[in-house]
Design a protein around this ligand. Sequence first.
Ligand code: NAD
Length: 293
Amino acid sequence: MAQVAFIGLGNMGGPMAANLVKAGHRVSGFDLSGASLAAAAQAGINASATLAEAVTGAEVVITMLPKGEHVVAVWEGLASLVPTGTLLIDCSTVDVESARKAHSIALAAGCASLDAPVSGGTGGAAAGTLTFMAGGSTAAFDRAKPFLEAMGQKIVHCGADGAGQAAKICNNMILGISMIAVGEAFALGERLGLSHQALFDVASTSSGQCWSLTSYCPVPGPVPTSPANNDYKPGFAVALMLKDLKLSQEAAAASGASTPLGAAAATLYKAFDSAGNGGRDFSAIIEMLRGSP
Ligand code: NAD
């Protein structure tokens, strides 16, 4: 069992660090928020007062932070704190450029590094069933895998530095577009007098089948566990979907890729977010798609 440092103990990082404790690792944690630190201490994490204290003696350091700028700043701090050979893993969702910058900071400090964003949300983080999409060397991936397996169910090595973030933003662009497609279909079905259940029964077993329909149906009824049955409490918040769609649009612009539906999805989610819906589940966008009665 290893000494692990976990930086960023929020909605995702807290339960992920708790699963490392359950797997038998000694985990020290640091977060700028006192509330997050206190919750982590309840889960058996050694709550540290500083970044330096958290990483002392750690052979692996994991970060789970809001944005690329936070990851780069924390990894710059880590570079002067940890010994060469330490493995640094970032699980946050960030832009590909920041991910590659973090890898280069690690390389200059003589550390091994992996970008390993996740899919599966807070439920998956608590249950230890996340999917990890990893980018980095095979050696770094092989070293990180046992730790990722303590927090997730499926671990995919997507390629070189930044490939995990690339896979994450491509996947979430599909998700944003497909949720709008499903929402539009239900809104049209309503206008045509079609019941939600009838459309679900047909589309879920036909060529319209997709995760946004069968696991996360945006109308109440057909999928009892979907947030539509719980007043659209997240789940996966609109603000986070908008963040990921913006990342995909930045990546498309930087690489010259054409993503017209991704661009439209980003515009629609921006409008929905600006109307005060940032904290609601992203499937609630069906309300905007219905338009005026
Ligand atoms: P969160 O805001 O709940 O947690 C982030 C934590 O980082 C906070 O507790 C904050 O205090 C801490 N923090 C910020 N700067 C710090 C610093 N310099 N040092 C130490 N701690 C610092 O966010 P979250 O929902 O846990 O998301 C974390 C990352 O995971 C994001 O990149 C997000 O896009 C991604 N993600 C979230 C979900 C989800 O459903 N919540 C799903 C997949 C991926």
